[in-house]
Design a protein around this ligand. Structure first.
Ligand SMILES: [Zn+2]
Length: 372
């Protein structure tokens, strides 16, 4: 097991939940501190407040991964006698870094929305609102056999070669590369004016469009040749869609009233509100963590009988009624499912990478409401 710093942990996290998945203007990423220090314990939390920082200190965690960004609006001043300022001061004094993964974690396959859908027992899930689609590229690079492993590892590290639930996918074939260095060349192998034949490997990987420059740059940095030969081509196959919310089927039909009871249990909330006839038949369910007021129409278009989301507004409830879609509001705090979800995912990913780090689930309740 290898000691790691914050950068290495976050690099692994961002393979799953890259920042480019975030909605415009959502301040995801490192909020407080730095990632250069060695990290042995990471605390995972939905929200960051002073109690959570105290918990991190108690449990020896110097990195916090949070869902809700602690600095949502830009600060004009940093006064340490305000609640937010005092919280930031405590982080800095105790060398605690805070990293936020918000809408990028909602969008990520296996992220918050998938975690919520799984809790509700939804099957055959699809995205409610597509936020962006990514085309796929194929990179073919020719490497001397001696450097092929280095290049494959670099490509994987840069994010190439991910297909579905598999990472590090590549294909390699051996062959002979031929070239003749001419005036001006400074060849890694070979002599001026003399034809060379070198044992090479042809390495092929897929590359998501948005990271192709980064992958190319990383490959060129480790490739030993002065003029590496490679092809980068866009693939004429369906691009991958990413987005917010998930819609899926329940294994058994139920009524809205019964389903509301199920939601209460699944998310461990003491009470909830819903809009719609309790006797309405429910089969197809949409779920969107956080504030889903803007997505009632998208949920209706997805064919859902009911949308489960937090922070429902009074007038939006009227709109939903008029549209004929039921809505269940179990509160924003249901996103706490990400605490266990992220801790489990990252613990497994770090174990696989032989990283010596533990993920701790925050036990601080950040539900601000009391239900009576
Ligand atoms: Zn939220």
């Amino acid at each position: 097991m290898k000691k790691v710093n914050g950068h290495e942990i976050i690099a692994l996290f961002e393979k799953w939940s890259p920042k480019r998945f975030a909605m415009d203007g959502d301040p995801v990423g490192l909020h407080i501190g730095q990632l250069n220090r060695t990290v042995e314990n990471v605390l995972v939390t939905l929200d960051v407040n002073e109690e959570v920082i105290d918990e991190a200190i108690r449990k020896g965690a110097n990195l916090i991964i949070a869902h809700h960004p602690p600095i949502f609006r830009p600060l004009k001043s940093l006064l340490t006698d305000t609640p937010q300022g005092s919280m930031i001061e405590k982080c800095i004094k105790n060398d605690i870094a805070v990293y936020a993964a918000h809408t990028n974690l909602d969008v990520a396959p296996g992220g918050v929305n998938d975690m919520l859908a799984e809790k509700l027992g939804l099957v055959d899930t699809k995205i409610v609102e597509s936020t962006h689609s990514e085309s796929l590229y194929k990179l073919v690079v020719f490497s001397p056999a001696t450097h092929a492993d280095d290049i494959r590892q670099t490509l994987e590290k840069a994010g190439a070669g991910a297909i579905g639930d598999y990472v590090g996918c590549s294909f390699s074939a051996s062959g002979i590369g031929r070239f003749t260095p001419v005036e001006g060349a400074e060849p890694f192998i070979g002599e001026m004016g003399k034809s060379e034949a070198v044992e090479e490997e042809r390495i092929e990987v897929v590359v998501p469009g948005p990271i192709r420059s980064k992958v190319l740059k990383a490959m060129l940095e480790v490739h030993p040749y002065e003029e590496p030969a490679y092809d980068l081509v866009v693939l004429d196959q369906q691009s991958t869609d990413y987005g917010l919310g998930r819609v899926g089927k329940l294994l058994e039909k139920t009524t809205l009233g019964q389903f509301a009871e199920l939601v209460k249990k699944a998310f461990d909330v003491p009470a909830l509100r819903f809009v719609g006839d309790p006797n309405k038949q429910i089969r197809k369910v949409a779920v969107l963590g956080g504030d889903g007021n803007k997505y009632i129409g998208a949920a209706k278009r997805s064919g859902a009988d009911v949308l489960v989301t937090g922070d429902l507004y009074y007038h939006v409830a009227h709109d939903a009624e008029a549209m004929g879609i039921a809505v269940i509001d179990p509160g924003h705090n249901i996103e706490k499912v990400m605490i266990e979800g992220v801790a489990d995912y990252m613990q497994a990913a770090c174990a696989q990478a032989s990283y010596n780090v533990s993920f701790i689930e925050s036990e601080i309740v950040t539900e601000p409401f009391t239900f009576i």
